[in-house]
Ligand binder design. Structure first.
Ligand code: PLP
Length: 429
């Protein structure tokens, strides 16, 4: 018999039989969350990678308040509004040069679906049969059917596997094995004549914060360009400063043909996403023939309040102080992670920009590793919001985080290893 639950809410990525008590949050400010029972929690993962400048940033909050009383929803087919126009114009100024059009949606998964539909629509409308998508091993692009299809297959989507469309996967460019990735991409592009290659630039997020160098990103773009394969960058997580620059692609000097931004687009205040593309992708849909229309919409496309929040966020990214803050968080993160590089209890100790990650050596690994929930409970007791991916612990704080906050976070990581690590777990005592 199922026990009577306190709440009718079904939470995401939550096994209610193992965790039925949710922490009730009443308020957020900067890097902190405040619970109903009066505790203060440090949000060390930016509330699932979305909060960039801190919770309830006053500039973003006042933009939302002002817009909410003016125009809070409008059909976006046949109508437009100032916040959307400004966001689109500012995005094209800040994004890599060569992108010309902006399509709005409301989540990272939707922005990926839009990217895939743009790519397929492009080939369809110019009269060439290209439908195959090339992907990278360990990728994550969202939880809708199309986004899952281009993401890693495994425990997260086993139940839906038969329904997912078939893709060609190239290996992750692990250290020393980069050439194998490039060779696999080159051969997929040559032999399969794919429509597009989709990839998370520089860091694979949900796949375990796996990092690869900028030259590999640059080479992958070059290979796609040489074989006329559309290059889709999923910057849903890597965007908005996480990798140390506003967008990851700028580090490799790469302009994708299509790029997805979401998560930090509103600073983490409201749901919004965009898919940017090159002019020829738009042009392939531009016709007096209505069958060539881009048939995609969601009810809340370019919601004016969400756009006002994005506009406020974009104005922060035109301010040098934001970049100085970013550099300072990256430097503080490096200082904290450095001692762990020589620590035998961990491996793959790494950092890119403001993100650090490391793996606790255990015998049982992977997303469902039993150590995951144990670590999370340990951190929860220390008043920290950290949510390890299996045995991979990562820190992705809002940029308002202080040195003192980071001291607490890394002291807890060290103590967690003391409390939970046993030499016999590594298989060699
Ligand atoms: C989170 C994420 C998504 C999905 O975004 P949602 O807003 O959760 O739908 C897609 N791609 C990447 C790389 C992500 O990290």
């Amino acid at each position: 018999m199922m026990p009577k639950r306190q709440s009718p809410i079904w939470h995401p990525f939550t096994q209610h039989a193992l965790q039925d008590q949710m922490t009730r949050i009443v308020r957020g400010d900067g890097a902190y969350l405040h619970t109903a029972d009066g505790r203060r929690i440090i949000d060390a993962i930016s509330s699932w990678w979305v909060v960039t400048h801190g919770h309830c940033h006053p500039h973003i909050v006042s933009a939302i308040q002002e817009q909410a009383g003016k125009l809070n929803q409008i059909i976006f087919a046949g109508y437009t509004h100032e916040p959307a126009e400004e966001v689109a114009a500012l995005l094209l100024k800040l994004a890599p040069r060569g992108l010309d059009y902006v399509f709005f949606s409301d989540s990272g998964s939707a922005s990926v679906e839009v990217a895939l539909k743009m790519a397929l629509g492009y080939w369809h409308n110019i009269g060439r049969q290209r439908i195959r998508i090339v992907v990278m091993q360990h990728s994550y692009h969202g939880d809708t059917i199309g986004a899952m299809s281009v993401g890693a297959r495994g425990v997260l989507n086993a139940a839906y596997g038969p329904l997912l469309f078939d893709v060609t996967s190239i290996p992750f460019p692990a250290k020393g094995l980069e050439q194998a990735t490039l060779d696999a991409l080159e051969s997929a592009c040559r032999n399969e004549i794919p429509a597009a290659f989709i990839v998370e630039p520089l860091i694979l997020g949900a796949g375990g914060m796996l990092m690869y160098p900028t030259w590999v990103l640059r080479e992958m773009k070059r290979i796609c360009e040489a074989s006329d394969v559309l290059f889709i960058a999923d910057e849903v997580m890597t965007g908005w400063g996480r990798t140390g620059t506003l967008f990851a692609c700028e580090q490799a000097d790469v302009t994708p043909d299509i790029v997805c931004y979401s998560k930090g687009l509103t600073g983490g205040a409201l749901p919004l996403a965009v898919t940017l593309c090159r002019a020829d992708i738009f042009d392939a849909h531009y016709s007096k023939d209505r069958t060539r229309t881009f048939f995609h919409s969601s009810s809340y496309t370019a919601n004016p309040v969400a756009c006002a929040a994005a506009k406020a966020n974009l104005s922060l990214w035109r301010n040098q102080e934001t970049y100085a803050r970013l550099a300072s968080v990256a430097a503080m993160q490096e200082k904290q992670i450095e001692p762990f590089r020589a620590d035998a209890r961990f491996r793959n100790v790494r950092r890119m920009g403001t993100i650090t990650a490391l793996e606790l050596k255990v015998r049982d690994e992977g997303y469902l590793a039993n150590i995951g929930p144990k670590l999370q409970a340990f951190f929860n007791d220390r008043r920290l919001l950290l949510r390890p991916l299996g045995n991979t612990i990562y820190v992705m704080p809002p940029y308002s985080v202080t040195a003192a906050d980071l001291n607490e976070i890394y002291a807890a990581i060290n103590d967690a290893a003391d409390a939970l690590w046993r030499p016999e777990w590594t298989g060699h005592t």
